[in-house]
Design a binder for this molecule. Structure first.
Ligand SMILES: NC(=O)c1ccc[n+]([C@@H]2O[C@H](COP(=O)([O-])OP(=O)(O)OC[C@H]3O[C@@H](n4cnc5c(N)ncnc54)[C@H](OP(=O)(O)O)[C@@H]3O)[C@@H](O)[C@H]2O)c1
Length: 332
């Protein structure tokens, strides 16, 4: 497993526009599928900071290249591709100003998009368009947290929170790397389902709201090596308590809120490393795709809706009645 060094600055690029004819360096993509992330729900509900609205939603989509502009050399007409989340981050260090699809710029809830050739990756041959459309945000985030920020090693223990997109990709990647996984869920029913996906220990946090004690017990009092922290306000203090001396917490999400109080002394005394994660680069995406192909991984998709039912897909995400990913398939 390779760990990546953040080296060179990314470059700013231009993205989709109403005219589907690609200009120099651009590719036109006929989208076949898209997927939802919690971020899309926050944007729709006006809870994602100061956004320039209206915007075409969704960061994640996959399809086929139907035309290429002058000078395009990275992809060919007919290639199966997905857009990268942050169009400004191809490799090296993240740029200061993100240009994220479905937020800073129009996204993938569209039949046709035009993106710079630098803003797309080829899909693994083993994945359908629906599967490929789940990768740009949740999967790359989980990859970055575990293999770039954490440098996860076989035998280490990872704590995951919930059964949504980021956590289920993190589960698959952690098991692929030979790690042990403790997963929290608020639902007994979901726990019964995810046991079959390789979770080593699942904790029902409805039954046990002070779950950090159980995590410590499961690790012999030591604490976990890494946390993929998607919960925020309610979970971060408990995650820190459940982390070992010199452990690592990848700070990713705000499911329970973004304002957190935690004991700073405990953090510094145990020298825990907190890393802020914002998805990842094209370089991370391509490394992840190689691992997905090599290990024959398939994303966990629990709900698929046709394009016209996008509003229902958003309501389903809001209800929490799903595991893994919710996908829109444009051919249905
Ligand atoms: N920083 C980044 O780059 C980045 C990238 C992707 C996502 N995110 C953030 O990470 C978080 C997860 O995103 P996602 O797309 O994976 O979400 P998701 O697919 O909607 O999954 C969320 C899951 O987490 C659990 N959950 C929901 N509310 C919770 C709460 N209040 N406390 C604890 N668990 C809760 C639920 O699982 P159970 O029902 O099993 O408990 C739910 O199914 C979001 O805050 C999102 O904005 C950040």
């Amino acid at each position: 497993m390779e760990c990546f060094e953040i080296t060179a600055p990314g470059s700013l690029v231009r993205t989709s526009r109403p005219d589907p004819k690609p200009g120099p360096g651009e590719v036109a993509i006929r989208l076949a599928a898209a997927s939802l992330n919690y971020r899309d729900l926050m944007i729709k509900n006006g809870k994602y900071g100061n956004m320039r609205l209206p915007v075409i939603p969704l960061s994640d989509g996959a399809g086929q290249v139907v035309a290429t502009g002058e000078g395009v050399s990275r992809v060919l007409v007919g290639d199966r591709v997905a857009g990268i989340f942050n169009q400004a981050w191809t490799q090296g260090a993240p740029p200061v100003h993100a240009r994220a699809l479905g937020g800073d710029m129009d996204g993938m809830l569209a039949h046709m998009v035009v993106l710079p050739e630098t803003g797309v990756v080829r899909l693994p041959d083993s994945l359908s368009f629906e599967e490929g459309a789940t990768l740009p945000c949740a999967a790359v985030t989980a990859w970055n947290a575990l293999f770039v920020s954490a440098c996860l090693k076989p035998g280490e223990t990872v704590l995951l929170i919930g059964t949504g997109g980021v956590s289920l990709f993190a589960l698959q990647f952690a098991k692929m790397a030979g790690a042990r996984v403790i997963l929290l869920s608020r639902s007994r029913e979901k726990i019964d389902i995810i046991r079959s996906l390789g979770v080593d220990h699942a904790i029902d946090t409805t039954q046990n709201p002070q779950w950090e004690g159980e995590v410590l017990e499961l690790t012999g009092g030591r604490g976990v090596d890494h946390v993929v922290e998607v919960g925020g306000a309610d979970t971060l203090p408990r995650s820190l308590a459940a982390t070992r001396h010199q452990g690592h917490v990848a700070v990713i999400g705000v499911l329970s809120g973004g304002e957190v109080r935690f004991p700073v002394f405990s953090l510094l005394a145990r020298q825990i490393r907190l890393s802020g994660i914002y998805v990842g680069s094209r370089e991370h995406f391509e490394a992840m795709n190689a691992a997905i192909s090599e290990n024959a991984l398939h994303p966990h998709i629990s709900r698929v809706f046709p394009f016209a039912e996008a509003p229902l897909a958003f309501r389903t995400m809001e209800s929490g009645d799903f595991i893994g990913k919710i996908v829109l398939s444009f051919d249905r």
